[in-house]
Design a binder for this molecule. Sequence first.
Ligand code: NAP
Length: 282
Amino acid sequence: MSIKNINLNNKNIGIIGVGTIGGTLVETLIKNGVVSRERIIGSTAHEDSAREVSQKYGINTTTDNKSVVRKAEIVVLAVEPQMIGKVLEEVSGSFGANQLLISVAAGIATEFIQSKIDVEVPVVRSMPNTAITVNEGCTVLIGGDFAGEEELELAKLIFEPVGLVEVLSEENLMDAITGFSGSGPAYGYLIIESLIEAGVRVGLPRDRATKLAAQSLLGAAKMVLKTDEHPAQLKDMVTTPAGVTVDAIMKLEEGGVRVAFFKAIEEATEKSRKLKLDGKDG
Ligand SMILES: NC(=O)c1ccc[n+]([C@@H]2O[C@H](COP(=O)([O-])OP(=O)(O)OC[C@H]3O[C@@H](n4cnc5c(N)ncnc54)[C@H](OP(=O)(O)O)[C@@H]3O)[C@@H](O)[C@H]2O)c1
């Protein structure tokens, strides 16, 4: 198969664990026309949730993970990290080497996943964030030992319709990624929330402040992504000499905003590393 001809046509996608992130993927795959609902099969731990998920997304569901693996060319593993070992042991014998396994589990290395499966199945580890819900997610992909460019291209086809996709080759950066873009939406919400409060303090109605704060950040983010300018250059364009913005920037710097972010990301990266060593979730 040449990279150019890689597509998801005629491929069945199995999602083991249709919870928050698995469900979001199902929804966005269908909504964006990437895969038709008839080609998706999902599994959950309980019969009740399997029924609910089936009704919600109109897909076939089961609690039998082995049947998901047997029916799908691409299997997405989206159970809680502490369940991964158990689920892999259960489905290990059902995999063929020509399938693709994509894991979204935080803190679970490709080496661990490969070690649990009988055949040399290509594994792609991914770290999406919740903004995939609105097609503005960030997903980082890392290929395991048996995953080549074709498998990474297939994984891209799944995540690109729901946002930015970056492929990395250093798996040891995944803890930093987890604490950076995996948690990223939370940092954005905190900034927006702080701006809203600040706006209300100077007399803006809360609903207006909410829209204006969110749109200001969206605009700034788009300027960074769509122009080739450095963020500092873009900031300089807003800060008129002796104007309003530069006074605000001075107060933010006085409050240690940059150092706060340095420390926050360092802390989140360390926590991801530590939780992994403890065998818990990221
Ligand atoms: N949420 C995020 O922002 C985010 C971001 C990036 C990555 N992730 C990763 O995504 C994965 C899922 O997280 P989540 O937040 O979506 O969790 P979640 O909402 O708790 O969903 C977990 C799903 O897995 C199912 N499940 C549990 N054990 C199972 C088993 N033995 N066989 C089949 N299905 C099973 C659950 O079924 P029942 O409902 O029947 O229990 C549920 O559908 C985690 O590994 C996490 O690290 C999450």
